[in-house]
Design a protein around this ligand. Structure first.
Ligand code: SF4
Ligand code: SF4
Length: 416
């Protein structure tokens, strides 16, 4: 596609889909940025008007408009409550893509940063090196307070691990197989969750294949308006997982939402329909003969907004954990649908992302659980960094890690 036909395709999509909005305002009370700011421009309806005006040529592409559109968390709470089924997140991605093409003011510094970030997302082992360059992260769309940003970067750098996985982790018995999607942030900062997923899958009789040439899911590029790079990552993943027809298991719900949407962007050869969330898969395939008891745990379970809107079963982590009678599972209670992590938001807009996190931290501080559980690495890092700031040492982990610990303990004790 030429640049002009790309621009026209974006405009046509926005004009046709934004036109479905009847301005009923039913989405407004569910939008976290509107809840905080009480401004129309910080609401889904206001953002749709901005996108429509831009696509119709009534509003010029400016850095200010770019900033306003990047305030959206892409939490999709508005989509869930929209009676007209406005595809808000696709509209926003298209709008950011259109804006990016029309903006002529991208500085050399930002262009270099953008290239390095793209390269790191395609080659996750480079995330560790890339994040050492603070200037790089300062080039992200909008900056928070510098001292806070420095702390987050230091925190993220401290979480990084260098890991490589084998291509095959056979189960001791049974010939059933699944493939595992590693994810760029997960493989560089959350190897433990991936190891625990492999362990539990093996224990319930599934061999795990890890296709070596898989890429980042593309979500961060897509949401930054870089659709071409995102599509290249999608193609790479479709190709990497094409050798088998196994289910593809993801351990980060943010990636999951993106992976199931590949079919909206290109012919995916059935890739999207093979995606499954680890908790959902394990719960659905839990052997009837495997009865496991655990010690008493108090766990606060956070449900990421990416899980609320994804095709996977929102309740799967709860159902899986509920198999162990000694776990007291408490749901996160927050007036906001998003904890504030929201992709790169925790780096680019610290003030908003930390305000959205406050109710979750307050609940954890009040109830002092043994563990906080979240199915998305971004949310887990954001909550964990918040707990560290208030001096509370409670681990934030993926639900599958708790299941893995319980199974390991049981097997060490010589039961099933
Ligand atoms: S709920 Fe849907 S139709 Fe109503 S204002 Fe929001 S986006 Fe528009
Ligand atoms: S995606 Fe979330 S933050 Fe963005 S407009 Fe919708 S509800 Fe608001």
């Amino acid at each position: 596609m030429t640049e002009d036909s790309n621009i026209n395709a974006d405009k046509n999509f926005i004009i046709s889909e934004a036109g479905r909005c009847v301005a009923c305002s039913l989405c407004l009370p569910h939008c976290p940025t509107y809840q905080l700011a009480q401004l129309e421009t910080e609401s889904p309806r206001g953002r749709i008007s901005l996108l429509l005006a831009m696509a119709n040529g009534q509003l010029p592409a400016t850095d200010h408009l770019n900033d306003m559109l990047h305030h959206c968390l892409l939490c999709q709470a508005c989509e869930t409550h929209c009676p007209s089924s406005v595809p808000f997140s696709r509209l926003m991605d298209k709008g950011r893509h259109l804006l990016r093409q029309e903006l002529q003011t991208v500085s050399l510094k930002n262009r270099v940063a953008s290239k390095v970030i793209d390269f790191s997302l395609r080659n996750p082992e480079w995330i560790r090196i890339a994040t050492q360059f603070t200037w790089l992260l300062q080039c992200l769309p909008k900056s928070g307070k510098e001292s806070n940003k420095r702390e987050i970067i230091d925190y993220l750098a401290s979480k990084q691990q260098h890991r490589r996985w084998r291509t095959d982790y056979p189960a001791k018995v049974s010939g059933k197989q699944v493939s595992l999607f590693l994810g760029c942030v997960s493989r560089s900062m959350d190897g433990r969750t991936l190891d625990d997923a492999i362990y539990v899958l093996n224990q319930i009789g599934f061999s795990v294949i890890i296709p070596p040439r898989q890429s980042c899911c593309g979500a961060l590029c897509l949401h930054a308006g870089r659709e071409e790079e995102a599509t290249r990552m999608m193609q790479k993943n479709i190709h990497a997982f094409a050798a088998t027809e196994t289910p593809i298991i993801q351990t980060a719900s943010g990636c999951g939402t993106s992976l199931v949407a590949y079919k909206d962007y290109l012919p995916d050869k059935g890739f999207s329909s093979r995606i499954d969330d680890i908790s959902h898969f394990i719960d659905s395939h839990w052997p009837d003969t495997l009865n496991v008891s655990s010690r008493k745990w108090v766990a606060i379970l956070h449900t990421p907004c990416s899980m609320e809107k994804s095709a996977t079963d929102t309740n799967a982590p709860f159902r899986l954990l509920n198999r162990f009678t000694n776990i007291d599972i408490r749901r996160v209670k927050s007036p906001y649908s998003c904890c504030g992590a929201a992709g790169t938001k925790m780096l680019t807009d610290y003030a908003v992302s930390s305000r959205l996190r406050e109710p979750v931290l307050a609940q954890i501080t009040r109830e002092i659980p043994d563990v906080v559980l979240s199915s998305n690495i971004g949310c887990a890092l954001h909550l964990s960094e918040g707990l560290r700031q208030v001096g509370i040492n409670i681990p934030v982990r993926h639900p599958i890690s708790l299941v893995a610990d319980i199974l390991r303990n049981q097997l060490t004790l010589g039961n099933p």
